[in-house]
Design a protein around this ligand. Sequence first.
Ligand code: EPS
Length: 369
Amino acid sequence: MNTFGQLLRVTTFGESHGPAIGCVVDGCPPGIPLAPEDFARDLERRATGRTRHTSARREEDAIEILSGVYEGLTTGTPIALLVRNTDARSRDYAAIAGQFRPGHADYAYWQKYGIRDPRGGGRSSARETTMRVAAGVIAKKWLADRHGVRVRGHLAQIGDIMPRSHDWDAVEGNPFFWPDAAQVPELEAYMDALRKSGDSVGARVAVVADGVPPGWGEPVYGKLDAGIAAAMMSINAVKGVEIGDGFASVAQRGSAHRDPMTPAGFLSNHAGGVLGGISSGQQVVCSVAFKPTSSLRLPVAGLDVDGQVVDIVTTGRHDPCVGIRATPICEAMLALELMDQALRHRAQCGDVGEVAPRIPASAGGRDDG
Ligand code: EPS
């Protein structure tokens, strides 16, 4: 299954070292202005080779729109997008082509298919996320234009380092999507030392959507939060997803977790904007855990495809922390899930209209991010 979504269906294809990667976005409503330039910013935010803290592979990630757009507007037909791979260095993978990197998908792919493309990890590469971000650009645009919804994210943890303060304006001003500008030198030193050591580290991304109206999502098998969790877990390297307070809810009392409603708005947002699988009109809040990259130059004893014990060393241009450039990927997946749910809600309940009383997202009139 390489397709995400029900009414808005995104199918991605391509391998890290193949000639190109791409996607087909089907079910997008007509009339949305769309040009190749619209993709540039988010693709650049996700790309490798832009700072010393991520993989040095340098891809332009220039989008070609092959179909679905006429005179600058989407036509309602499938939108096919293509990005050519231009800086793959397959020789880096010659030594490990017949080996299983511990912690990597190599072994599981081998067991499932009996064959795998080892170059750059093939389909299990972070390269695949490029097309998620591209498709997400369309969803972000539609959500903003039609519903005033804004999706944004930031890095919320690298290893055991957490932000000491939170300023959205700081996030796009540093290579870590970090909300505390004063901490950036500390992160740079941390990442420089990590890179030198040859090891890798995990990270956590926080992603939120403001302006989501109440009513998106379905009550049982099509829950909005279940859809968001599935969307995030489908990203390579993701190991955990929380909605709202997530696992912290375990230690909370009901009297603390419930979000009081007043005529002026909700007083808190422990639920993360989803009640019973349906959006409440509050900020949708999601947190995503990325594991440390498994491609390491630190040797480890492992097995090859003949079952022989071998020393495994991965050379090449790997991310010491793949979570660093995951913020735009999580934003894209949240936007895709929200747009799909919005279209599904419109299909079934479009005639219901606005139901009273409508409670403001927050009594403070501020976002909770
Ligand atoms: C990746 C390894 C590196 C990264 C790549 C993801 O690629 P390679 O070993 O082929 O140089 O650069 O990420 C991208 C190219 C990208 O655009 O995200 C991996 O093992 O997942």
